[in-house]
Design a protein around this ligand. Structure first.
Ligand code: URP
Ligand code: ZN
Ligand code: ZN
Length: 489
C-alpha cells in the first residue's frame, strides 16, 4: 500500500541547483517525496536513462491576441497550450493586450475566461498597457496587480502601442508602488519609421528590408533609454527579446552598477540571422519578427550572455501568424515589409532547440537549461516555488526528456495552428517524451492525454526582483513619494 498516485523511478533529476539519480513521489498533484528509492505508486514510470526536469514555463508567448495591426494570432488557448505541452511546457504566460480605447479590466476578464475554458496546462497572463488613461492607472492596473497579474508589457515602438517617455514613467511608478514587473519592448520607433519611410520611397519593399529598418541602433538606444527611465524611480525592469550585442551590453552595464535590470532572449536570435529573411519573393515574411534576427556576432554575444547570467530568460515570443492573407501577407505577393505581421512561431520548439543547440553542443549545462527555461521564469514572475522546480510541496509539473531522441522539425509534426516553422528540416536531439502537469501525464510518446480546459489560472505573487529588499536613493524615494495616488485626467 502506498499513498502515491504516481511515482517516477531511477531518473536523472535535474533542477536549477541539483543533479542526482532518484525517485519522485506524487500525490494530489503535488510532489510529496523525493528520495533514492520510493515504493511504487498507483502508477509508476521507469525513467532510467532519461532526464527528469521541471516542466517548462514559457513566459513570453502571444496567444489568441490581436496585434496592433489588427491581425489575430493563429493559435487560440487550446492549440497553443497543446503545442506548448508537446514541447515540454507545463505553464504558459501570454498577454492580455489592451488596445487604445479599450478597458484594461474588460480585456483581462475576457482573456482569462477564454484561457480557463480552453487551456490544457496551467497559465497566467501579463497585461499589455497601450492606453494609460486615469481609469487604467488609478483603478484597473492596480486592481489587476493585486489580483495576481504582477507583470505588464509596454512598447516603445509600434505606432498604435507605443508609450512616450512620460507614460513609461507613469507605469513604472505604478509598478514600484503596487509591486509589479514592467517588461519593455525596447526599439526606437522614430528610427525605425524614418528608415522604413525612405526604404519604401526608394521602392525597397521586400521582407529583407524589415531587418534593415529595425536597425540595431534603434534597439540599443531604446534599451539604454528604458533602463535610464526605470532608474529614475529605481524600479526593476525586464528588457524582453534582446537581439543585439549592444542591448545585452547595456543590461550588463546596468547590472554591474547594481541596478535591478533583467534581460530575456529567444531561440530565433540565437539560431537565425537577417540572411534567413533574404529569400526570393515574400517568403522571407516567415522570418520577420521585431526585433529581427541579426548576425553571427549578435548570436555569439547572446549565447555568452545566457551563459554569464546577464540574460536570465529564454522565451519563445511565439507570435503565430499564418503564411497567407489571414496573417503574414495581408496583400498577398504585393505585401510590403511594413505590412507583414510581426512574429515567429516557437512554443513547441523553444526547449528542444535550446537543449540541442545549447546543452548538447556544450554551450550550457543542464542546470542552466532548467534555469533558463523554467526556474528563472517562475522566480521572475512570482510563480516560485509552486512552479519551476522539483521539490517537496511544488506542483508536480515535470518533463521527462530522452536526451538521445533525434527528431527532424517539420510544421506538419508540430501542434500549433500556424502551418509553418522557421526551423523546417532542422534536426534536434533531445525531446520531452513524457510531460506531467499537476501529477497527470498529459503527453506520452507524442500523444496528448489532456482535456480542453483542465489548465488552471495561477494568481502570481511578487516577482523576485521586487522581493529583494533594496535600499533606494533619497532622490528616487522622493520621486516615488510625490507620484500621485490618483492621476488626474
Ligand atoms: O515580432 C514580434 N515579436 N511580435 C510579437 C509582439 C512582440 O513585440 O513581442
Ligand atoms: Zn515585443
Ligand atoms: Zn512578444
Amino acid at each position: 500500500m502506498t499513498d502515491f498516485d504516481l511515482t517516477l523511478h531511477n531518473g536523472r533529476i535535474v533542477t536549477a541547483d541539483a543533479d542526482f539519480i532518484g525517485d519522485i513521489g506524487i500525490a494530489n498533484g503535488v510532489i510529496t517525496a523525493i528520495s533514492a528509492k520510493l515504493p511504487a505508486g498507483k502508477r509508476a514510470i521507469d525513467a532510467a536513462g532519461r532526464l527528469v526536469m521541471p516542466g517548462g514555463i514559457d513566459s513570453h508567448c502571444h496567444v489568441e491576441q490581436l496585434s496592433s495591426m489588427g491581425v489575430l494570432c493563429a493559435d487560440d488557448w487550446y492549440s497553443a497550450s497543446v503545442s506548448a505541452a508537446h514541447g515540454g511546457n507545463t505553464t504558459i504566460v501570454p498577454f492580455a493586450a489592451q488596445h487604445r480605447g479599450q478597458s484594461l479590466r474588460q480585456v483581462a476578464e475576457e482573456y482569462a475566461a477564454s484561457a480557463a475554458a480552453k487551456s490544457v496546462i496551467d497559465f497566467s497572463y501579463h497585461l499589455i498597457i497601450s492606453d494609460p488613461t486615469p481609469q487604467t492607472l488609478n483603478h484597473d492596473l492596480p486592481e489587476l496587480i493585486r489580483a495576481g497579474i504582477t507583470s505588464f508589457k509596454v512598447f516603445m515602438t509600434y505606432d498604435k502601442l507605443k508609450l512616450d517617455d512620460k507614460q513609461l514613467l507613469d507605469v513604472f511608478a505604478i509598478a514600484a508602488r503596487e509591486g509589479a514587473l514592467p517588461m519593455v519592448h525596447a526599439e526606437n520607433n522614430d528610427v525605425i519609421s524614418w528608415i522604413a519611410r525612405h526604404l519604401l520611397a526608394a521602392g525597397h519593399t521586400a521582407p529583407k528590408y524589415h531587418a534593415v529598418s529595425h536597425d540595431p541602433i534603434a534597439e540599443n538606444e531604446a534599451t539604454q533609454r528604458a533602463i535610464s527611465l526605470a532608474s529614475v524611480l529605481e524600479v526593476p525592469v525586464l528588457i524582453v527579446h534582446v537581439s543585439t550585442q549592444g542591448g545585452a551590453q547595456a543590461i550588463h552595464a546596468a547590472q554591474t552598477l547594481g541596478a535591478p535590470v533583467y534581460g530575456e532572449t529567444c531561440p530565433h536570435y540565437l539560431l537565425l540571422t537577417a540572411e534567413d529573411i533574404d529569400i526570393p519573393g515574400v517568403e522571407g515574411a516567415k522570418f520577420c519578427c521585431s526585433p529581427p534576427p541579426r548576425d553571427p556576432v549578435s548570436q555569439q554575444a547572446l549565447w555568452q550572455s545566457l551563459d554569464s547570467g546577464t540574460l536570465a530568460l529564454l522565451s519563445s515570443d511565439h507570435a503565430p501568424y499564418r503564411y497567407d492573407e489571414s496573417g503574414k501577407l495581408p496583400e498577398g505577393e504585393a505585401t510590403t515589409f511594413k505590412q507583414i505581421a510581426n512574429g515567429l512561431p516557437g512554443l513547441e520548439v523553444r526547449m528542444p532547440l535550446l537543449f540541442s543547440e545549447g546543452v548538447r553542443s556544450g554551450r550550457l549545462t543542464l542546470q542552466q537549461f532548467v534555469a533558463l527555461t523554467s526556474t528563472n521564469h517562475a522566480r521572475m514572475y512570482g510563480l516560485y516555488p509552486k512552479k519551476g522546480t522539483i521539490s517537496v510541496g511544488a506542483d508536480a509539473d515535470i518533463a521527462i526528456w530522452d536526451p538521445e531522441h533525434t527528431l527532424t522539425l517539420t510544421a506538419a509534426g508540430l501542434h500549433d495552428a500556424v502551418g509553418y516553422t522557421p526551423y523546417e528540416g532542422r534536426e534536434v536531439t533531445g525531446w520531452p517524451t513524457t510531460v506531467i502537469s499537476r501529477g497527470e501525464v498529459i503527453v506520452d510518446n507524442r500523444a496528448l492525454h489532456a482535456e480542453r480546459g483542465r489548465g488552471r489560472f495561477i494568481a502570481r505573487g511578487l516577482p523576485a526582483p521586487l522581493q529583494k529588499t533594496r535600499e533606494i536613493s533619497p532622490r528616487a524615494a522622493l520621486l516615488r513619494k510625490i507620484f500621485p495616488n490618483v492621476i488626474e485626467p
